[in-house]
Design a protein around this ligand. Structure first.
Ligand SMILES: Nc1ncnc2c1ncn2[C@@H]1O[C@H](COP(=O)(O)OP(=O)(O)O)[C@@H](O)[C@H]1O
Ligand SMILES: [Mg+2]
Length: 231
């Protein structure tokens, strides 16, 4: 096992004129290939903020995130951006697919953005769709697919190009329980095949399929010592 993602002493605060909220308050975490970690906890406990920090979408006030050993916020800005784009895929509750594009075209988008040739991008997109159980649906548009299928397209888009870290925020938020279980089962399979999967979810099914579950309370991991994380 290798550590694909590592967070040390993460702190993120939000300030308004009336108060300062420590949305993430001293989180240390390692995520290895083969793992499917379920992050659960009450609304407002900091799950989404943590996911955004791990994905490099927002910057921490304190602490650091390492992807495959490369620090996301390093002097080598280009190297850090590349490490993030090539290795981390993110899925949110809404599928955020483009309605005018077919499934494979949606999945191929991140590849085209990074300059992969069209034919190669299409092949990779179709292979990744097959990986999430959607072989044969590559030409459908989002409106011609079920919610569960659309969410799988989102996962394929997050994984295309060989990205091995998958971060998902409430991925089953708009699915019924049958589709939710099927999605968690898929996430478990993807982890078993050598990826690292972290899911923030209040869906109780998440804990049944995960290899490890962590409860978040007031910005930190329940049971972890706040403030002792930076060493
Ligand atoms: N962009 C933001 N600006 C101000 N406060 C925020 C912002 N994002 C989150 N928060 C606050 O940080 C805390 C954690 O929120 P969040 O990470 O969304 O929790 P969860 O995903 O567990 O529901 C909450 O108190 C929330 O109101
Ligand atoms: Mg959230």
């Amino acid at each position: 096992m290798s550590h694909l993602l590592e967070a040390r002493g993460l702190v993120k605060t939000y300030s308004s004129p009336v108060e300062t909220i420590r949305a993430v308050d001293g989180v240390t975490l390692t995520l290895s290939d083969g793992e499917f970690v379920c992050l659960y906890g009450a609304s407002g406990s900091g799950k989404s903020t943590l996911l955004h920090l791990l994905a490099g979408l927002i910057e921490p006030d304190e602490g650091s995130v390492l992807v495959d050993g490369t620090e996301l916020r390093s002097a080598d800005v280009k190297g850090a951006a590349e490490a993030r784009l090539r290795r981390i895929g993110v899925v949110f509750q809404g599928d955020n697919l483009l309605a005018e594009l077919s499934a494979w075209e949606n999945v191929a988008l991140p590849l085209e953005v990074s300059g992969v040739k069209a034919g190669e991008a299409r092949r990779d997109a179709e292979e990744t769709l097959a990986l999430v159980g959607l072989a044969g649906l590559a030409d459908r548009r989002p409106a011609e697919m079920s919610g569960g299928q659309r969410q799988r397209v989102g996962i394929a888009r997050a994984l295309v190009g060989g990205r091995r870290v998958l971060l998902a925020d409430e991925p089953t938020g708009s699915l019924d329980s049958t589709n939710s279980r099927a999605l968690f089962e898929l996430l478990a399979q993807l982890a078993e095949a050598g990826r690292a999967v972290l899911v923030a979810s209040h869906d109780p099914n998440c804990r049944n399929y995960a290899s490890r579950s962590i409860e978040m309370v007031d910005g930190h991991f329940e049971g972890a010592e706040v403030g002792a994380a930076g060493s």
